[in-house]
Design a protein around this ligand. Structure first.
Ligand code: MSP
Length: 513
């Protein structure tokens, strides 16, 4: 989908009233790994994240703090910028919905929809959850008139506002999805979105007069744009909609939106309909992930079960946390987070497998080869590691293309385990220096070089460290380093490089905090 060689990836923009937590870090780290992979294979990549700052929830939270909404969102948004920097998120842009560029883009986009005849004024009444910033039909409420997501009381709101005529898009959306069968990953979420559309779409109320914390409606300044309607437009603001036509044409519609399963309706139903109404193509794809749960429940401010990802990274290491977030749960599924699970996987995959492989290789290169690495044998049927490496590289390419980064890591560890097994079988530490030792070490160093490239989207710092310990220059995450025909081909490790052992790359951890 999209233009080959071009990849525009977005995360949802996060509500600033909540602090970054492990659930939002899950979304952001997985997106970052995808973006880094695409840069590595040489795609022209643009990775966007940001914060969602309008709406009743923000206005009320700012009021409670006694400050101006703008000052308050400035402070709160900074926490996301800082947390994502601490987690080595490589976003190319960070959008805030209170920026002037966004106001201008939203107003132009809204005006286009209005001019195309898809807006009308009407009276709206309904049950509203302030935490979701969404109205719920009576039938969707949890028992006791509670929000189905937050299980808190909803409020009855009555307003005269502008409606977007979503009901006119049932057929156009079904036809669009028919023509784009791979637009939603995974398949089960596609069925969910199609189910919503087939179930019938109602016009939606997309402006508010009850608050003024929002973007003024261009043709009726007594109204501000409803927060969700404004938020979705961030994806095109950031690439120059209404401001820089060339930039916009470059990146749109080559966009993939990563999102949690709770916001499918907005992304996979509203947003493509909004695009069609404004006269632009819907985005190329939606990648829907599940929830990271704590004790079976979604992390959220209202449940007070949030974990601070930066603090956790301080404990275990940024790369180790990123590895866990990508490896443990398949994108699309829900998964329970436990500290014990994090430590167990750290010890088995990182300390015992990858860390141990590097330490062993460096030790034997030191004791048998004067600290200087040898070249791998040419790829071929007799060279087991070369065969496994070829299979693993192809499995990784396929897994990343299917938005299955956990499978890419799983495949990579096949190479790590095979390299360890080869060393154990041949026991070069027991052999005298000579060609037999050089051959096995050359192959193992080459496997480590390939592993450094393959893990670099997920563990950029550890990959860089691994790279320099085996004596390579530059970095494993140079754009295009894994382009077709480049660094992932067997045989790239040059002889004669200084190999250094250094401190353990991943020291073993105890599960006691
Ligand atoms: N502001 C809206 C998104 C607007 S996008 C145009 C919003 N913000 S949010 O901060 O509440 O959630 C942002 C994303 O974080 C959602 O995709 C949501 O699924 C994800 N997550 C929040 N908690 C999560 C978990 N516990 N686990 C996984 N993802 C989670 O919705």
């Amino acid at each position: 989908m999209g233009v080959p060689g071009r990849f525009f990836l977005t995360t949802p923009i996060y509500y600033v009233n909540d602090a970054p937590h492990l659930g939002t870090a899950y979304s952001t780290v997985n997106a970052d790994a995808l973006a880094r992979w695409h840069r590595l294979i040489g795609d022209d990549t643009w990775f966007l994240t940001g914060t969602d700052e309008h709406g009743l929830k923000m206005a009320r939270a700012a009021q409670e703090q006694g400050g101006s909404p703008q000052d308050w969102v400035d402070t709160m948004s900074r926490r996301y910028v800082e947390s994502w920097a601490a987690l080595k998120i490589s976003n190319d842009d960070f959008i805030r919905t209170t920026e002037a560029r966004h106001t201008s883009s939203v107003q132009q986009f809204m005006q286009a929809i209005y001019d195309n005849g898809y807006m009308h004024k009407g009276l709206y009444e309904g049950w509203y959850c302030v935490s979701c910033e969404a109205y719920y039909p009576e039938g969707d409420l949890a028992p006791g008139q509670l929000c189905p997501v937050h299980e808190r009381p909803v409020e009855w709101l009555t307003e005269e506002n502008w409606f977007f005529e979503l009901s006119r898009f049932e057929q156009p959306l079904l036809e669009w999805y028919e023509r784009h069968p791979e637009a939603i990953f995974p398949e089960s979420r596609r069925n969910e979105a199609l189910g919503i559309i087939r179930g019938g779409l109602q016009d939606i109320s997309i402006t508010r007069t009850s608050i003024d914390w929002g973007i003024p409606v261009p043709w009726d300044s007594a109204h501000v744009v409803y927060v969700w309607y404004d938020a979705l437009i961030n994806y095109i603001t950031a690439i120059g909609y209404g401001a820089d036509p060339d930039r916009f044409a470059k990146w749109w519609p080559a966009a993939h939106h990563l999102l949690g399963k709770d916001i499918i309706r907005f992304h996979c139903v509203w947003w493509p309909a909004m695009c069609l109404a404004a006269g632009i193509d819907p985005p190329a794809g939606f990648v829907v992930h599940g929830w990271l749960l704590v004790g079976g429940e979604k992390m959220s401010k209202t449940k007070l079960n949030q974990i601070d990802p930066v603090q956790l990274a301080g404990d275990i290491g940024v790369d180790a946390l990123r590895y866990h977030l990508v490896r443990e749960v398949a994108l699309g599924a829900d998964g329970d987070f436990t500290y014990e699970g994090l430590i167990a996987r750290y010890n088995s995959d990182l300390a015992n497998n990858l860390g141990n492989l590097l330490a062993r290789v460096a030790t034997v290169v030191g004791s048998k080869c004067g600290g200087s690495g040898s070249a791998p044998r040419p790829a071929g049927p007799g060279v087991r590691l070369s065969e496994v490496a070829v299979e693993v590289v192809s499995a990784c390419r396929d897994a990343w293309a299917r938005f299955a980064p956990n499978e890419a890591l799983e495949a990579t560890w096949r190479l790590v385990r095979t390299a360890n097994a080869e060393l154990e079988a041949i026991e070069p530490w027991k052999l005298p220096p000579g060609p037999a030792v050089d051959a096995v070490l050359g192959d193992a160093l080459e496997a480590l070089r390939i592993v450094a490239l393959l893990v670099s989207p997920v563990m950029p710092s550890a990959a860089g460290e691994l790279w320099s310990r085996i004596g390579l220059e530059g970095r494993p995450d140079e754009p295009g380093a894994a382009a077709d025909g480049a660094g992932l081909l067997w045989g790239g490790y040059p002889a004669g490089r200084p190999v250094t052992k250094g401190a353990p790359l991943f020291p073993r951890r105890s599960s006691e905090r």
